[in-house]
Design a protein around this ligand. Structure first.
Ligand code: DGY
Length: 316
């Protein structure tokens, strides 16, 4: 394609370099950051027919309205909670995401966080590094994953992949969804409080967005109780973060393994001093293999769109 025939697209926010390379080979790419003045975008940017963004930035209505020729948004993440999907639908702008290719890696991290939290791995690593062990300080005895009742909040693709990994060791796997899921032998618990009360560990794997906001509230955490652990690889906003921090502070829950936070990259400062909490900087899909597969899927959707073919993974 010549420069005249290459579609113009916007890269919204700094993108993963491999993705940027793929985009630059195919399209005329303009970089726009989320804090740009949307009313003063240069004329060449206004030619953009597609926008590529990633999960934590998404695509608010302002950027959609600022690009008069926008036809589609390719999102480099499975979660689209930061995309104003209703606005896109109303404007006839198509949206794609990257499901499936990241399921296994996000599930792996959930299981890693579960073990790291229940078995005090981060705290004990610190004990060794700080010389505490050499000075004779005794590590606290840990909880146990084998035999535990694991509660999966959100038995979707990722929830199922987590459950499958834990099946050989769990005492029982429960799940809580809005409705019972088809094709599963795991036990459905309809009432959220009851679900938390019966779980030794809750793993949050539901999608984010307004419907899921603070789904895990103080009452649910109280029902999880002082021996209970929570793991979150979904979206920070699904848990009432202040309620969780309070309960961790006075050990009304035993621990938390967190890959996501309500206002990333901000992490509540109180968590930094807690050795019963394991913190990750939103790394669920962050393996070389999967980030490449996600980028390839974003590009395949763009290629399909500009070739007039069906989108591979449409959200809208
Ligand atoms: C996504 O892609 O939505 C996940 O947050 C990856 O960790």
């Amino acid at each position: 394609m010549t420069d005249q025939t290459r579609p113009t697209i916007v890269a919204y926010g700094p993108l993963y370099p491999y993705l940027t390379d793929q985009l630059e080979q195919r399209f005329t790419v303009h970089n726009v950051t989320a804090d740009a003045d949307m009313s003063a975008l240069p004329a060449e940017v206004l030619e953009a027919r597609a926008l590529v963004s990633f999960g934590s930035v998404g695509a608010p209505a302002t950027i959609m309205d600022a690009l008069p020729k926008l036809e589609m948004i390719g999102l480099f993440s499975v979660g689209y909670d930061k995309v104003d999907v209703d606005h896109a639908r109303a404007k006839g702008v198509r949206v794609t995401n990257t499901p499936d290719v990241l399921t296994d890696d996000v599930a792996d991290l959930a299981v890693g966080l579960l073990y790291a939290t229940v078995r005090n791995i981060a705290a004990n690593d610190q004990l060794v590094r700080s010389g505490g062990w050499a000075r004779g300080e005794k590590p606290a005895l840990a909880g146990r994953v084998t035999g535990a009742t694991i509660g999966i909040l959100g038995l979707g693709r990722i929830g199922r992949a987590i459950a499958k990994r834990l099946e050989p060791v769990a005492g029982e796997i429960l799940y809580h969804n809005r409705k019972p899921a088809a094709d599963t032998a795991y036990r459905y618990v309809a009432d959220a409080i009851d679900f938390a009360r019966q779980s030794d560990v809750i793993i949050v794997a539901t999608s984010g967005g307004p419907e899921a906001a603070k789904l895990v509230d103080g009452a649910m955490l109280d029902a999880l109780g002082p021996d209970g652990v929570i793991v979150n690889i979904s979206r920070g906003g699904v848990i009432d973060e202040a309620a969780m921090v309070d309960r961790l502070a006075d050990r009304r829950i035993a621990g938390a393994g967190l890959d996501v936070f309500a206002h990333e990259p901000h992490v509540p400062e109180a968590l930094f001093a807690m050795d019963h909490v394991v913190l990750q900087p939103h790394q669920g899909s962050a393996t070389v293999h999967t980030r490449k597969a996600m980028a390839d899927l974003v590009v395949a959707n763009l290629d399909a769109w500009f070739a007039g073919e069906a989108l591979l993974t449409p959200v809208v």
